[in-house]
Design a binder for this molecule. Structure first.
Ligand code: ZN
Length: 421
């Protein structure tokens, strides 16, 4: 993309926000607020959000998930049947339509999934099934901390259906492992904590919690590499404090705050029972379908990456074996966009795949402004075309952490592509 063709929403003035993370999210121009608890994603923010979603979808598809899309707008009866019309009271947006029928904006989709498969999933042969979607959810929460808690948000929610508890156990583990791979792939640091089941109901649940400075959970966790142990103030496991030895590896536990970025639940028959969702078994009897539900907060994950990796000069999207979720992979920064330098910049733009590259071709900007903007957006690589290129024909290739090397123009695409596919 050419800088002159791209609308950026970066801002020098971003005071008055709750904390550094929200301020940086706004300064980098990822979102615009539409009032308390409502944010719209700009083209830059949407590129990041889509990159996160693509990574999630790749893992969900790899374990056999099938993508669906359920209506956000729902009628009361399925919520009355599950008993949650009342229990979600206050947090659920409810209203009457023009015909006087009670409706809601779905805060979750367990009821919807049961409705989707009713009548189509009949035999134990049809199971297990894993269905997922990446859609908006609505909850009338008190807004807090930018994208951390909002009234409308994007969630990847998945639901598994099973003929037996053993099958649910197996798939719960499979989903839990897929979640670890997703969070590792986008580069977020996290631990896994036992959780109360609260409004979802069911028999077991764990939450994926990212340690941060400004979170919404009290967290005690292990910092040892590869250890994922954590407990929150909402964990049923009491009596574990900072300073204690980690039950998993023996390291000393530390205290901090956390953000819940994912949650996995064994629901059992909590939703199939009230709906009468059963399957025929091999011996001619029927039994209630076992269910699991699995969520990842997409917008919140973007917020967490900004919080964990952002710095004073801007965003720093982590680069993992799966690349990065940065809005652009490479910034091409010419000293001046004219003559031989412009020709080299265009050549590089073409070779590196224009979609993921930001070419600073705008004459209005100084080279310093180009550097600052690239850093603010957290673009992992800069290809600098200046005097060194004129003298030697080599490009100065700089990583977001400031590490530099000089490479031939023709080698840039391969080096950048290798680290960010
Ligand atoms: Zn540990």
């Amino acid at each position: 993309m050419r800088r002159s063709d791209v609308t950026l929403f970066t801002s020098r003035e971003a005071q008055g926000w709750e904390n550094d993370t929200v301020q940086l999210t706004v300064r980098a121009g990822l979102v615009r607020q539409f009032g308390g608890g409502l944010f719209g994603f700009t083209p830059t923010g949407e590129r990041v959000r889509r990159n996160v979603i693509r990574r999630i979808e790749a893992e969900m598809d790899a374990i056999g998930g099938q993508l669906v899309s359920l209506p956000t707008l729902q009628y009361k009866p399925i919520w009355e049947q599950s008993g949650r019309w009342g229990s979600f009271e206050g947090e659920m947006f409810t209203f009457e339509n023009r015909d006087g029928q009670a409706m809601c904006l779905a805060p979750s989709h367990e009821e919807g999934i049961v409705h989707l498969v009713e009548g189509s999933v009949r035999s134990y042969d049809d199971l297990p099934v894993l269905l997922y979607q990446v859609e908006r959810k609505h909850r009338d929460d008190h807004p807090r901390n930018g994208l951390l808690r909002t009234k409308e948000f994007t969630m990847k929610d998945a639901y598994s259906l099973h003929a037996t508890e053993a099958s649910l156990d197996e798939w719960y583990t499979r989903l839990r492992e897929a979640y670890c791979r997703i969070f590792d792939a986008v580069g977020v640091d996290f631990v896994v904590a036992d959780a109360q089941n609260s409004v979802m109901g069911g028999s077991a649940s764990e939450e994926f919690v990212a340690p941060v400075e400004n979170g919404s959970l009290e967290l005690v966790y292990c910092e040892a590499v590869g250890c994922r142990f954590g407990v929150t103030d909402e964990s049923p496991t009491g009596g574990i404090d900072a300073g204690d030895a980690c039950p998993d590896c023996g390291e000393t536990l530390v205290a901090g705050e956390g953000i819940e970025i994912g949650h996995v639940f064994k629901l059992g028959t909590r939703y199939s029972d009230p709906a009468g969702l059963t399957v025929d078994t091999a011996d001619g009897t029927t039994r209630l379908v076992q269910m699991g539900s699995y969520g990842i907060g997409v917008d919140r994950l973007v917020h967490t990456l900004v919080e964990q990796h952002g710095g004073e000069t801007g965003l720093r999207w982590p680069v993992t074996d799966h690349g990065s979720v940065a809005p652009y992979t490479l910034a091409i920064v010419p000293l001046d966009y004219d003559e031989d330098i412009a020709a080299a910049a265009d050549q590089l733009h073409h070779a590196c795949g224009r979609g993921a590259v930001l070419l600073f071709d705008d004459d209005d900007q100084t080279i310093g402004e180009r550097f600052a903007e690239s850093d603010l957006l957290g673009i992992p690589w800069k290809a600098i075309l200046g005097n060194h290129y004129r003298e030697t024909g080599e490009v100065e290739l700089e990583k977001r952490d400031g590490k530099k090397r000089f490479v031939a123009l023709d080698d840039v695409a391969e080096i950048v592509g290798r680290s960010s596919n």
